[in-house]
Write a protein that binds this ligand. Structure first.
Ligand SMILES: *Cc1c(COP(=O)(O)O)cnc(C)c1O
Length: 379
């Protein structure tokens, strides 16, 4: 396969299969988390909804509005906004809003009143991650305030959410503590006359390890894209392949230094191939000296320090042809490096590799149906 540009191929059928697996696992309670451009995978909202997701979750209102504008009419939840965000636009577009503090609830209620509508709200309680939920000490007050706005007819509390901090380690004692805090928070909300129907605290790890089981919805992000943060399963399929074309190739004599600082010096005669992709396209510079590619069916080391726009590959006895395609990462089926290997090489997690691929790389969606893929996927 050859192409004149670097390409990020998105395997839509892998994402659909993963979604269907989570729909099965959760009894059809999947909210597909498509923040950060669907973890770098682009426009896949219609695919995940067709494959069994029943709602979509994103971080900002801007992300939610973009999905609505693209024709998605499923429920969409946006969970992180500053008080000056455009809540009026969100309410008008029927975007559910997570609210984690009184100041936010005031802003949401004001906006709903201004547009003559009712804001659908998920109250977000901090279970112990000390990040974006409402501190437990302010929870009862937030519930009381929400009830006041419900009576005034501008807010309806449809859900209560939390987010677990240690779900990738199922035996961590924090998991039981956080489930208890969540149940108590729901009880407090009910005591304040709220009637949330959608209770949710599990992401991918909590769903796969089971520590987030028993509630109404599962917010699945990483897992849709073949990433298991708990490393406890092997049935998810990675959904990206990154390729780059060879732009030039050359002979290199023993003693040839490559790249800034000559971190690599060839100790024997070899061949080098130049790829037009670098850390400016999201490939972590920290992987310099470790990373490999698949070229002509074999693993070859990337040599020398990564540059912003280019990488040099040591192709040994083979001199590649300009225009030949080289695979930087993929599902691993043909022996190419995986995103998980790139994460190891650069001391990070797979999420960071997939969300960093830059805008110079063309996204190509490929839908190759596999024989058993259609089973269990509602149309
Ligand atoms: C990102 C995110 C998720 C999804 O988490 P995954 O581990 O990727 O499934 C769920 N909930 C919240 C609040 C998030 O920020």
């Amino acid at each position: 396969m050859s192409s004149c540009v670097s390409e990020l191929v998105v395997h839509d059928e892998a994402i659909r299969e993963n979604t269907a697996r989570f729909a099965e696992l959760t009894g059809g309670r999947v909210m597909a988390v498509l923040k950060a451009d669907a973890f770098g995978h682009g426009s896949i909202a219609a695919s995940v909804l067709a494959a069994g997701a029943c709602a979509i979750g994103v971080t900002s209102i801007a992300e939610a509005l973009a999905l609505r504008a693209s024709g998605i009419d499923a429920p969409i939840l946006s969970w992180l906004n500053s008080p000056d965000a455009d809540f009026a636009l969100a309410v008008t577009a029927k975007i559910d809003l997570a609210v984690s503090g009184a100041y936010l609830l005031h802003a949401v209620a004001l906006a709903a009143r201004a547009v003559g509508s009712v804001a659908r709200v998920h109250l977000h309680v901090d279970l112990g991650i000390s990040r974006d939920g409402c501190p437990a000490s302010e929870w009862a007050q937030l519930c009381a305030l929400a009830h006041g706005y419900e009576v005034a007819g501008v807010v309806r509390v449809v859900g209560v959410m939390g987010h677990m901090s240690c779900a990738d380690v199922p035996e961590h004692p924090q998991n039981a503590r956080e489930r208890l805090i969540f149940r108590n928070a729901v009880r407090t909300a009910r005591r304040r006359a709220l009637a949330p129907r959608l209770l949710h605290l599990a992401g991918t790890a909590a769903t796969l390890t089971g520590v987030g089981a028993g509630f109404d919805m599962h917010r699945i992000g990483a897992g849709l894209f073949g990433i298991d943060p708990s490393h406890s399963t092997s049935f998810l399929r990675p959904a990206l392949t990154l390729t780059a074309p060879v732009v030039s190739a050359r002979d290199a004599a023993a003693g040839t230094g490559v790249g800034y600082g000559h971190d690599f010096v060839a100790d024997h005669a070899t061949h080098l191939a130049l790829l037009p992709i670098g850390y400016g396209d999201g490939l972590p510079r920290e992987a310099s000296g470790q990373a490999e590619v698949l070229a002509r069916g074999r693993r070859r080391p990337i040599v020398g320090r990564f540059s912003m726009d280019m990488l040099v590959v040591d192709t040994g006895d083979d001199r590649l042809e300009p225009g030949e395609s080289v695979t930087l990462f993929g599902p691993g089926d043909a022996g190419e490096p995986t995103v998980a290997e790139w994460a190891t090489w650069s001391h990070t997690i797979e999420h960071e590799i997939v969300t960093h691929v830059g805008s110079r790389v063309a996204r190509v969606h490929r839908t190759i149906e596999r024989a058993h893929c259609a089973e269990g996927v509602p149309s």
